[in-house]
Write a protein that binds this ligand. Structure first.
Ligand code: ATP
Ligand code: MG
Length: 452
């Protein structure tokens, strides 16, 4: 089972394919080497035959064949017929010396089989026939040595090819087994995660290889996913918890109204309270739905160029009055020379700035100065909304972005703790970097828009 899985694995198939490709390449290279060696050996044989012929022929002196006869006989004695053949005949066709009886052959270099030369055995000979004085000299050498060398080459090439295939198969198995065990770990992690163990991660080797890189990416994705699932869980329980109080209040108000009704007393005020309570509950649900909708990202299709200078001026005009009513001041500063524009959803951007300004107004006392400033820093639009109110302690600055989270001191004031969640969702949708800073005193919210 495990072996079958290994055989199907990508590394094993790759190793096998490369092994096969290598054998084909090796075979072609072997063929070329063999051809070249064969030709080289044939040339060498020709040279050897020519050389022996010349040495033997050079012993002939004018009108004296004796030395030639002696030389042929000496050579013929020294070599076996299997290796070298010699024959010397006079003009009348009588054999004077040698180790074989040469048949009629054309002058020059020829190749003949043993049988054609009247010799026993299967050998093939390279022969040089020439006339020395009046005599016919035949010198030949067998191809046996050449063939032996070529055979050695063929056998060693065969062994090498076998060795390569074996290495490829074993290497493939080894690589496949290694890769498989790591892929199994990835699969096991995914099974664990889908079974609800969200904290499980793929173990990393730390060597930065491709499987490690992919595993690290999957781990990142799992981290984000479990974060999301965790926050979904948190949000659901927070919503249930948070809405329990207003629903209980609504119930008590309605019970009070029913009591008074039984006693025949007027219930108008109770009904008005109940209506405002249900409006508040409705508003909370609306805000929650809006945040989910924005987080889903569908509104990106509505992105258009938005003139921030213009947009902030209109907001400041309206909220300047609201701040004044609360005994506070609101100031706007924008670059004089150029108008700053970004790409985004105009309504959502208004909502983001308004939420921040409303927070500054609601969560700060009388006499607070609120400032909104717009700047263009190296091509990126930046908006800074700040106040000199009580601010948000450092340890709470991440928590206030959670849905329904409110600081202890704000629990009694109007609001549902969704304003900053909405701000963050809108900022994320627009790829705006959102930073909460200490305004010493007060809160500073820094928004950095992406460069165009
Ligand atoms: N400018 C600020 N100064 C001081 N505290 C702030 C400021 N802005 C926000 N906060 C604190 O952060 C909490 C969360 O703010 P958020 O806007 O999410 O909710 P909210 O204002 O209480 O309610 P909502 O905005 O839904 O009406 C607030 O309850 C408040 O305690
Ligand atoms: Mg708010």
């Amino acid at each position: 089972m495990r072996h079958a899985k290994l055989l199907r694995s990508t590394p094993f198939r790759l190793a096998l394919t490369f092994g096969l490709a290598f054998v084909v390449a090796f075979f072609l290279a072997g063929l070329i080497t063999y051809q070249m060696l064969d030709r080289g050996l044939a040339r060498q044989l020709d040279e050897a035959v020519n050389e022996t012929y010349s040495v033997v022929a050079s012993t002939y002196a004018q009108n004296d064949v004796e030395d030639l006869v002696a030389a042929v006989n000496t050579y013929a004695r020294l070599r076996s017929v299997d290796h070298s053949i010699f024959s010397l005949e006079n003009a009348a066709g009588n054999r004077l010396a040698g180790n074989f009886a040469a048949p009629a052959l054309a002058l020059g270099l020829t190749t003949r089989e043993a049988s054609a030369l009247g010799l026993a055995g299967q050998g093939v000979y390279r022969i040089r026939v020439g006339i020395v004085g009046d005599n016919r000299l035949v010198v030949g050498q067998s191809f046996t040595e050449t063939e032996q060398l070529a055979d050695i080459l063929l056998v060693s090439l065969g062994w090498a090819a076998g060795f390569i295939v074996l290495t490829a198969v074993l290497g493939g198995f080894f690589l496949a087994a290694r890769a498989q065990s790591r892929l199994d770990a990835v699969a096991q992690t995914m099974i664990d995660v889908s079974n609800g163990r969200l904290e499980t991660r793929i173990p990393l080797r730390g060597n930065g290889d491709d499987i490690d890189v992919v595993s690290a990416r999957i781990n990142d994705a799992l981290g984000r996913l479990s974060g999301l699932v965790e926050s979904m869980r948190q949000v659901s329980s927070d919503i249930a918890h948070e809405l329990k109080t207003p629903l209980n209040r609504l119930r008590m108000t309605l019970e009070g109204a029913a009591d008074r009704n039984d006693r025949g007393q007027p219930i108008g005020a109770h009904i008005a309270d109940a209506l405002s309570e249900s409006d508040q509950i409705n508003a909370t649900f609306d805000a929650l739905l809006r945040i989910s909708q924005i987080e889903a990202g569908a509104r990106k299709t509505r992105f258009r160029p938005v003139d921030l200078t213009d947009l902030l001026a209109s907001i400041a005009e309206i909220y300047g009055g609201v701040a004044e009513d609360a005994g506070q001041t609101l100031q706007l500063s924008t670059p004089d020379d150029a108008s700053v524009s970004v790409t985004g959803d105009r309504d959502l951007l208004i909502q983001m700035f308004v939420n921040l300004i409303e927070n500054a107004i609601t969560h700060s006392p009388k006499g607070t100065s609120i400032s909104v400033s717009l700047a263009l820093e190296t091509g990126a639009a930046e908006v800074f909304v700040s106040d000199n109110g009580p601010g948000i302690p450092f340890t709470e600055r991440e928590k206030v972005f959670q849905r329904l989270y409110r600081l202890e001191k704000s629990r009694t004031s109007q609001g549902s703790g969704l304003g900053l969640s909405l701000v963050r969702a809108i900022a994320d949708l627009h790829s705006v970097e959102l930073l909460l800073k200490d305004n010493n005193p007060g809160l500073g919210v820094h928004m950095i828009f992406p460069r165009h």
